[in-house]
Write a protein that binds this ligand. Structure first.
Ligand code: FPP
Length: 259
């Protein structure tokens, strides 16, 4: 074995592994504005956005981000024109079918969170195909939020817990934060460390409401179709320079600040 083969690879951004966010969640905003600013139909913004999804998934893997969770279609997005909804659904199927092989090769497990029963049959079928193919992948995790709403997710968790209480499987006193977390769609995932929103808006838009309680926020002025690997690096570097408090005092945090 050569010396090179045994030397651990330097981080592409020169970061210590402890400074890299393990879970990055993204609100991909600004596709429509990006297209309209160029005199193009809105769907062109979504198409270009799907290309950025591929770029950012790849860069996240290179940087050691093990979980990426992307807001692809909210429970509110059904209010959009039917034509735009249909095109977005087609784009999701095309993405899932087109990326299945690459995700498998890269060891990326795909999950979809949201109310699946509300999605068109062909979207559900594509999700099931790719979730099945990538089920045993362990290098990284890509989660798409589709027909997702944070409040719906909490309602669904409450219903599941209430059903267990009615069946006598749990007592009300035994319900704690861990119980709730284990009944969310994200039961298998760690909480996000970093939440990125593009296109300059400062809103959560019903995204991962429970899970982002302690996440660091990064707002990019770039529209999602402009959010390339360099912009992703910028967000990760910004996160790496922060001190997470989790309610602690300055004295308690001494020694944990970035060098
Ligand atoms: C918000 O932009 C974006 C969406 C509602 C959809 C996000 C979808 C993609 C990035 C492409 C498809 C996804 C995958 C996973 C292949 P907006 O249309 O609300 O932008 P605006 O605020 O400028 O109108």
């Amino acid at each position: 074995m050569t010396a090179a083969a045994t030397t651990p690879q330097a981080h592409p951004l020169g970061l210590d592994a402890s400074r890299v966010p393990k879970h990055v969640a993204i609100i991909m905003d600004g596709n429509g504005r990006w297209a309209e600013d160029r005199g193009l139909p809105r769907i062109w913004g979504h198409r270009e956005g799907a290309v950025r999804v591929r770029d950012v998934v790849e860069r996240a893997g290179d940087l050691g981000v093990t979980h990426l969770t992307l807001y692809a279609f909210s429970s509110e997005n059904w209010k959009r024109p039917q034509d735009e909804i249909s095109q977005l659904m087609l784009l999701c199927v095309a993405y899932l079918d087109g990326e299945a092989e690459r995700l498998t090769e890269e060891g990326i497990r795909l999950r979809v969170i949201g109310r699946r029963e509300g999605l068109p049959d062909e979207v559900r079928a594509a999700i099931e195909r790719v979730e099945g193919i990538t089920e045993h992948a362990t290098r990284a995790n890509l989660t798409l939020a589709l027909n997702y709403g944070g409040r719906d997710e909490i309602v669904d968790a409450c219903r599941a817990i209430a059903a267990k209480a009615t069946a006598g499987e749990i007592t009300p006193e035994a319900i704690d934060q861990d119980t709730v977390a284990r009944h969310l769609y994200t039961a298998d995932l760690p909480d996000p460390d970093l939440l990125i929103r593009t296109a300059g808006e400062h809103r959560l838009s019903n995204y991962l409401l429970w899970q982002v309680s302690y996440a660091e926020l990064f707002i990019s002025e770039a529209a999602w179709p402009e959010f390339d690997a360099d912009r992703f690096d910028e967000a990760v570097l910004d996160y790496a320079g922060r001190t997470r408090r989790f309610g602690k005092t300055d004295a308690q945090l001494e020694g944990t600040r970035p060098q």
